[in-house]
Design a protein around this ligand. Sequence first.
Ligand SMILES: *[C@@H]1O[C@H](CO)[C@@H](O)[C@H](O)[C@H]1NC(C)=O
Ligand SMILES: *[C@@H]1O[C@H](CO)[C@@H](O)[C@H](O)[C@H]1NC(C)=O
Ligand SMILES: *[C@@H]1O[C@H](CO)[C@@H](O)[C@H](O)[C@H]1NC(C)=O
Ligand SMILES: *[C@@H]1O[C@H](CO)[C@@H](O)[C@H](O)[C@H]1NC(C)=O
Length: 274
Amino acid sequence: MEQHKITTLVFTNVVLLLSCAMAAPRCANCGPNPVPYPLSTGPECGDPWYKIRCTMGTLWFDVLAGSSYMIRSIDLTSRRIIIRPATLERGVCMSTDFHSEGIHLNETLPFSIGAGNTIFQFNCTPNAPHAPPLMNCTTSSLCHRYISDNPEVGACGRVSTCCEYRTGGVRKEYMIGVHGGGCAAYQSFVDYNGTVAPLGKRWPEPGIAVEWVAPLEPICKGAMDCKEVVNSECVVGPTSGGVKRCICNATFKWDPINGLCQPLTQSKCNLFHT
Ligand SMILES: *[C@@H]1O[C@H](CO)[C@@H](O)[C@H](O)[C@H]1NC(C)=O
Ligand SMILES: *[C@@H]1O[C@H](CO)[C@@H](O)[C@H](O)[C@H]1NC(C)=O
Ligand SMILES: *[C@@H]1O[C@H](CO)[C@@H](O)[C@H](O)[C@H]1NC(C)=O
Ligand SMILES: *[C@@H]1O[C@H](CO)[C@@H](O)[C@H](O)[C@H]1NC(C)=O
């Protein structure tokens, strides 16, 4: 499992791949939503380590302590799932996922809070852990502007504290915490460039980016398990972390985006580069 975390696979700019036999099977669409490899909605497709949930045509991201978040979009090239943050309870400045103390990811799974989130925290106690991550709680922080632009935040506009921080430090982050001893509510925007919306204009749709580590080759016990990964063999490879994986043959290399062995030389697939 540790090997998932230390994966450092080189990426190509291949974004689209046509008429190429998929190796590790991609999961079927969930309603209208594609489920790209390695994300997995069931044990038979994708890489089951990268589990997300498909319920009645909607994709969900489940975290610890029973909270679930609707998946707004999936960006394959930045390896990010954009989820919809919790909303606010009516009449009090508290996030609806307060019961699970916000978002806590299981650190043994390949997901972490992605870089590029601008997070506002409201209703903080003086003892809220202001570092790390370092929060900006001054009156010039963007979250005060957010409150004045969005009267619907109601109760959060009447509490005094409002802090801002951005994700994407050197250490991986696994939570967006809300709790009684800290801050009781939050809001989040993805890739918000700090340009304040003109007065009266809408802010972008809230979101939280969750990123996944590039997948290694599928784990296997025998040749049968690698049948789907064309041009591979079930062996312990130099980067397979001591376990048997479907390692690509000599003239191929693992493509973690599409989950297959790509020819190193002339491609027999139609590749479109960006
Ligand atoms: C985290 O995920 C691992 C692997 O699926 C599982 O064994 C473990 O129980 C999970 N931890 C929690 C706290 O749920
Ligand atoms: C807080 O955020 C505002 C707006 O982005 C910025 O102008 C200010 O310098 C920040 N203050 C601190 C202490 O980081
Ligand atoms: C910041 O984002 C807004 C909205 O997405 C966009 O209109 C604006 O051009 C961006 N500004 C910069 C400096 O990138
Ligand atoms: C390449 O992989 C295939 C399975 O897809 C296997 O049958 C074949 O023996 C391998 N070739 C080499 C040279 O390893």
